[in-house]
Design a protein around this ligand. Structure first.
Ligand code: ADP
Length: 513
């Protein structure tokens, strides 16, 4: 009897790299994880060593297979999901990076973005890319690398600089998916979702934008070929000579948040998911229509399957959600994150207290860099439990802020929200979210939706799974939370939240540290 087959997912995140193997039912069979070094060369700069990431990738793949006693050729396909926007350049012939990767969090190019603002170019950038011009995205990082990153230059006999070599196709640009797929298969490709985060890609034309390439001085010859997220032609196959001793199709890739959308089987317009980690990422599938936002949301590519139209998404980022729970721990109001639930339940209400965790300003839909953390409504009777409960409530209110913006922008009603991420273990938070948002909150059994999404993309491409229906059937509910609060009561509380947000706004001055 032939051996059972599976699909592997490489989940390359900001802090570490995970390999997970899934069976037909979408259940995790084995996994392994390794962290990598965070390099901070200067304040506000964040880099990763791409070779370390590639070595860790090989090692987690091998160790996960070994743990479960699986042969590499039992993998029907491999999918990739990755930290988005992180950018690197490497030498096509040697395969060596010319510099560390510049991580999405890195702020070294903020001046360049301010220059774009002053030159009045940001509207045009948003119209083409769906993105709010920012140093997060790859474009200014690639520009910086092409200008500053040639340690080899001084040693080269040939006078050509890095940009010339990139124009000759000798130096290649890529995000982390592209780097891993290149190492796995030898092919220089990226998927549509990762391309959509570069700020070099026109999401309407679905092609690199010549005007933006010229603006940032990125030669077309160094760019990867853009392919569907789930690609029946495969990005390539692994080379048995160099790795794994087997020829495995690498056939799917998605940026991490889009992978979670796919893993949550949000395949249709109106399907939405929110991931509650340190911050939160709320994505709503808007179907084949790229919806422009009037409320500070990003328009981005959700996913694309071979031969099918692109599915777009609206995306809202909330900076501080789980991090507010970490703050409660730092303040010794709770011992660990789980205690937030017990303490919140120990009181009937927040007793009128509202916490706005605008520690680093407010993101979508408020966009106020000068907002700061605020607690309002305290009395002499305010207790620990009230503040803790109000902090959990702030996670739910911030999510409603983004949900309302999505509904206003898209005109699509949202009856259900699928949730994942570290904080959804908290049942109190999930129930509260259902109450505040007035929609059903659904938590799946497999919470590693990011890895699952990329496995699904790769597995669909090779026919391991037949169709989306099979994946929908795989998706199993762990628990559903129905809205129990009276709508008027929820609206009244939410209105008070809006007032608390007003108090937090425009607080920091230039003299504040
Ligand atoms: P990330 O991927 O951003 O590192 P995770 O998805 O691992 O984050 O989630 C970690 C976050 O979830 C932390 O900020 C933590 O405070 C929060 N968290 C974990 N458990 C709970 C809980 N029971 N209640 C509320 N928040 C929690």
């Amino acid at each position: 009897m032939p051996l059972e087959t599976y699909v592997g997912a490489i989940d390359q995140g900001t802090t570490g790299t995970r390999f997970m193997v899934f069976d037909h039912g979408g259940t995790v069979v084995t996994e392994a994880y390794e962290t990598h070094e965070q390099i901070y060369p200067e304040p506000g700069w964040v880099e990763h060593d791409p070779l370390e990431i590639w070595e860790n990738t090989q090692s987690v793949v091998q160790s996960a297979l070994e743990t479960a006693g699986l042969d590499a050729d039992q993998l029907a396909a491999i999918g990739v999901t990755n930290q988005r926007e992180t950018t690197l350049l490497w030498d096509r012939d040697t395969g060596k990076p010319v510099h560390n990767a510049i991580v999405w969090q890195d702020r070294r190019t903020t001046d360049r973005v301010e220059q774009l603002e002053q030159e009045g170019k940001t509207e045009a950038i948003r119209a083409k890319t769906g993105l709010e011009a920012d140093a997060y995205f790859s474009a200014t990082k690639a520009e910086w690398l092409l200008e500053n990153a040639d340690p080899i230059k001084t040693r080269r006999a040939r006078p050509a600089d890095l940009r010339d070599r990139a124009a000759d196709g000798e130096i290649l640009f890529g995000t982390v998916d592209s780097w891993l797929v290149y190492n796995l298969t030898g092919n220089h490709v990226t998927d549509v979702t990762n391309a959509s985060r570069t700020m070099l890609f026109d999401i309407h034309e679905m092609d690199w934008d010549r005007g933006l390439l010229a603006e940032f001085g990125v030669p077309e010859a160094c760019l990867p070929e853009v392919r569907p997220s789930s690609d029946e032609e495969y990005y390539g196959t692994t080379d048995p000579e160099s790795f794994l001793d087997a020829e495995i199709p690498v056939a799917g890739a998605l940026g991490d948040q889009q992978a979670a959308l796919f893993g949550q089987t949000c395949f249709d317009a109106g399907d939405a998911k929110n991931t509650y980690g340190t911050g939160s990422f709320f994505l709503m599938n808007t179907g084949n229509k790229a919806v422009d936002s009037d409320h500070g949301l990003l328009t981005t590519v959700g996913f694309q399957r071979s031969g099918e139209p692109v599915q777009y998404a609206l995306e809202g980022a909330i900076f501080v959600t789980g991090a507010a729970i970490e703050w409660l721990e730092d303040m010794t109001l709770i011992e660990d994150a789980a205690e937030s639930e017990t303490l919140a339940r120990s009181v009937d209400s927040t007793d009128g207290v509202y916490v706005v965790p605008a520690f680093t300003g407010l993101g979508a839909p408020h966009w106020d860099q000068r907002a700061r953390g605020t607690i309002v409504g305290m009395t002499r009777g305010t207790r620990r439990g009230h503040v803790v409960r109000a902090t959990l409530e702030s996670v739910a209110y911030q999510t409603r802020d983004v949900a309302e913006a999505m509904i206003a922008d898209s005109g699509i009603e949202m009856n259900r929200l699928k949730v994942d991420g570290g904080a959804v273990k908290n049942n109190f938070l999930c129930q509260l979210q259902a109450d505040i948002i007035g929609a059903e909150i659904v938590r799946p059994e497999v919470d590693e939706t990011t890895a699952l999404g990329s496995a699904y993309a790769a597995g669909l491409a090779v026919g391991y799974w037949d169709d989306l229906e099979e994946l929908r059937n795989n998706w199993r509910v762990d628990r559903e939370f129905d809205s129990e609060m009276d709508e008027d009561e929820a609206d009244a509380k939410y209105d008070r939240w809006a007032e608390a947000v007003e108090r937090s706004r425009d607080w920091a001055t230039d003299s504040d540290s």
